[in-house]
Design a protein around this ligand. Structure first.
Ligand code: DGY
Length: 324
């Protein structure tokens, strides 16, 4: 049995595959595969282990319908046409749970860094700008005791809410389809309408998946409804916010700041105006990028691959309908 892997993944996952007797072929060039290259490399494989943002659309799936499993090295699966995969009976695996802490840490880091203009201050020192002390210069804002609003409170949002509630005594409100019972019980979180979320959040964090419903959700009209002192955080998917509208909202002072681990598009161009704003912090999509988390993700992705190749149910399957 053969698996094609689209990027270098941690050794833990590779070892699991090798111990299971799977033969591995890896894409090691430091650029994305083109859609055609992805199809070609999968022709001799029985499984695809996809790390990075490869487009697994209908065209790819039809051309690679022989694959026994597609295992994603991510929790997000917005790059996959799930309906088409299900129709072709290809199980899609992902890596939920193991990256919740690391991703929540990244969102928390962005909240603090933004509220104290930390990235901008760092750049200022590098440019020789650590000058004369003035009591009114370099001021950030405090988040202690303020309200954290979460758009899409799931595993990652819950971890972020805990950090904000326990360490900063923040009040938690959230917008979800259903109730998050644990967050309500443990943190006193309150489920609110979308407009209440916008009106009341001092920090508004996006922690949801990218779907047709959430795509472009945070646009001009939405930023206009937010508090003037609000910090917007996105550590989920860049396409959930409109980046031009966000830039304009910050320039006009409609909101106070923004912290992004994801941009739209990625990578962000180095001369993007957001990068020179004092109240903005941007990271290159490193939410899950710790040694521990990436190793754990590689192991789950490998386990999903082996299970799929053996015709067993994947431990973490996005489209369980394939087993119906
Ligand atoms: C995920 O797992 O979805 C992270 O965003 C990394 O891509």
């Amino acid at each position: 049995m053969k698996v094609f892997i689209t990027r270098k993944i941690p050794d833990l996952g590779l070892k699991y595959l090798m111990d299971a007797g799977i033969s591995i072929s890896e894409w090691t060039t430091k650029r994305d595969l083109s859609p055609q290259e992805l199809i070609e490399h999968c022709q001799n494989a029985d499984a695809l282990l996809s790390a990075g943002n490869n487009r697994i659309d209908k065209t790819f799936l039809k051309a690679a319908a022989h694959l026994k499993v597609i295992s994603l090295h991510s929790v997000g699966y917005d790059n996959v046409d799930i309906d088409a995969a299900t129709e072709l009976k290809i199980p899609i695996g992902n890596t939920p749970g193991v990256l919740s802490n690391a991703t929540a840490d990244t969102a928390f880091l962005l909240i603090l860094a933004t509220s104290r203009k930390a990235f901008y201050m760092h750049k200022t020192i590098q440019k020789g700008g650590w000058g004369f002390f003035e009591p009114t210069a370099n001021l950030g804002i405090e988040i202690h005791g303020r309200t954290l609003g979460i758009f899409g409170l799931g595993k990652i949002g819950f971890e972020l809410a805990k950090r904000c509630a326990y360490a900063f005594d923040m009040k938690i409100i959230y917008y979800n389809r259903g109730h998050h019972i644990d967050a309500e019980r443990e943190l006193g979180a309150t489920r609110v309408s979308f407009s209440e979320l916008l009106e009341n959040s001092d920090v508004l964090s996006v922690n949801t998946g990218l779907t047709p419903e959430t795509k472009g959700k945070f646009n001009k009209e939405v930023f206009e409804c937010m508090k003037r002192n609000a910090i917007f955080i996105n550590a989920a998917r860049g396409a959930i916010h409109n980046e031009d509208d966000l830039t304009e909202a910050l320039q006009k002072g409609l909101i106070w700041g923004a912290g992004l681990d994801v941009t739209n598009p990625e990578p962000m161009r180095p001369d993007h105006p957001l990068l020179s704003m004092p109240n903005v912090s941007v990271l290159p999509h490193i939410g899950s990028a710790t040694e521990e988390t990436r190793a754990a993700m590689s192991l789950i992705a490998a386990k999903n691959t082996v299970a799929g190749l053996r015709g067993e149910r994947l431990p973490f399957v996005v489209n369980p309908e394939v087993y119906a």
